[in-house]
Design a protein around this ligand. Structure first.
Ligand code: UDP
Length: 406
């Protein structure tokens, strides 16, 4: 793990000094993060990097994961999909089972943090313990909340409104709530294995290991195998481009313990790929950070064809590597990409295929998009900015009524 001081070479010393200054104000207070998976997906990705850095700053931070079984995670994935506006048929007892597992966790967990920082809907009902134990509670929403299913939203809202405040990733997700809402976008860690510089030899060795030909163009999407990431749409885009250009497609990703749909989606993807030797469907085990880093760096164009997206860390990761990125204009992606300046935003499959062809035909333009994209990520979406925003919100809980500018 990099030392917090090392980030000054990217962000400047003043921003690191500022973090120490803010962290000092939290002396004696503890921050307990709670989510539903230790590996897989953006939330685990951020917490893995953030907790050690908060500790280095002197913050008493910890991270706990709730326990659940197959039934619980099937329900929470349905809740996740419903919040993204996908029609879902809930069983009669789904919500009561969800609450039962939350209650079990609430009773078994040592909820000792001065601030209890709950991530996403899966553990949202832990807040019921507030009646007995008090404490400051923050609910952090990482998903696209712009058009939620009404019944699911109503159910969750009862719990969300018991928190002291709610944090959303993008303005479009803010809801009409009775509690304070704060906008904080996620971030990537430029010094992690996923994002650090890699030598051309390391990159080539990984492409060789997967049997991908680096002398021909490569388009890549890195994502969990999830319907909302539209991997089948990506294959359709590839097939359209393939009629005109010699190109390879990489679809790489793993699963998450709280996402039971992965294996089924991956099978559908393999079926759609139909043994095309230029499509590489790679199942990545957890801790494949160097592989993902190399795949992003060695690809010609990065795609993120999500149908819905919370923020889309994979977009930040690719832009940070100065890659040309083509992504759908959903969720937090437009915060990261200014169309035709720091990447390309699309709305349809046809549009995506059109832009893939354009960027493959115009490498200099593609290169400039990547360079602008990197600058934008550097200025807005690095972990040091994210830590500062969190420290300010933690402090605001102990200064209710005072104005704190985020
Ligand atoms: N990721 C990973 N392994 C995989 C697929 C994704 O480590 O097999 C990482 C990816 O690099 C990114 C995060 O998981 O850091 C995904 O975050 P994002 O916001 O893109 O999507 P989410 O999965 O949270 O919906």
């Amino acid at each position: 793990m990099a030392s917090i001081e090392e980030y000054s070479s990217i962000t400047g010393q003043a921003s690191i000094d500022e973090l120490f200054l803010l962290a000092k104000q939290l002396e004696g207070k503890s921050v307990q993060n709670i989510n539903s998976t230790a590996v897989g997906g953006g939330v685990a990705e951020i917490l893995t990097r953030m907790i050690p850095l908060l500790k280095q700053l002197g913050v008493n931070a910890k991270w706990d994961v709730i326990k659940g079984n197959e039934k619980f995670f099937a329900i929470t994935k349905n809740i996740h999909n419903a919040l993204h506006g996908i029609p879902v048929n809930f069983m009669d007892d789904d919500f009561s089972y969800f609450l039962e597992i939350n209650k079990m966790n609430a009773n078994e967990m040592d909820l000792s943090g001065d601030i209890i920082f709950v991530h996403d809907p899966q553990p949202v009902a832990l807040i019921e313990r507030q009646k007995d134990i008090g404490r400051n509670w923050i609910w952090r929403c990482h998903i696209d909340f712009s058009k939620p299913d009404v019944r699911t939203w109503k159910f969750l809202r009862t719990y969300i409104e018991q928190y002291d405040c709610a944090v959303f990733s993008a303005p479009a997700f803010a809801r009409d709530l009775t509690i304070k809402q704060v906008l904080i976008s996620p971030s990537i860690d430029p010094l992690s294995d996923k994002n650090k510089e890699l030598s051309p030899e390391v990159i080539s060795s990984i492409f060789e290991r997967f049997g991908i030909d680096q002398s021909r163009p490569i388009i890549t999407q890195i994502s969990r195998f999830d319907y909302l990431k539209d991997p089948l749409g990506v294959i359709k885009v590839y097939k359209k481009v393939r009629k005109y250009l010699d190109v390879q497609l990489v679809l790489a990703g793993g699963g998450a313990t709280d996402d039971p749909e992965g294996p089924r989606i991956m099978e559908e993807v393999k079926h759609e790929a139909d043994k095309d030797p230029d499509i590489f469907v790679l199942f990545l085990p957890p801790a494949s950070d160097i592989e993902i880093n190399a795949l992003q760096r060695g690809s010609t164009v990065i795609l993120q064809k999500s149908l819905k997206e919370g923020f889309g860390l994979t977009v930040s990761e690719a832009l940070w590597k100065a890659k040309p990125v083509i992504a759908t204009a959903v969720g937090g992606i437009p915060l990261q990409i200014a169309h035709k300046y720091s990447g390309i935003l699309t709305h349809t499959l046809e549009g995506t295929a059109y832009w893939v062809k354009q960027l493959l035909n115009e490498p200099e333009y593609a290169r400039r998009l990547g360079i602008n994209g990197k600058e934008h990520i550097k200025n807005n979406f690095l972990i040091t900015r994210h830590i500062k925003d969190y420290l300010l919100i933690f402090l605001s809980l102990f200064h209710k009524g005072d104005i704190i500018y985020l």
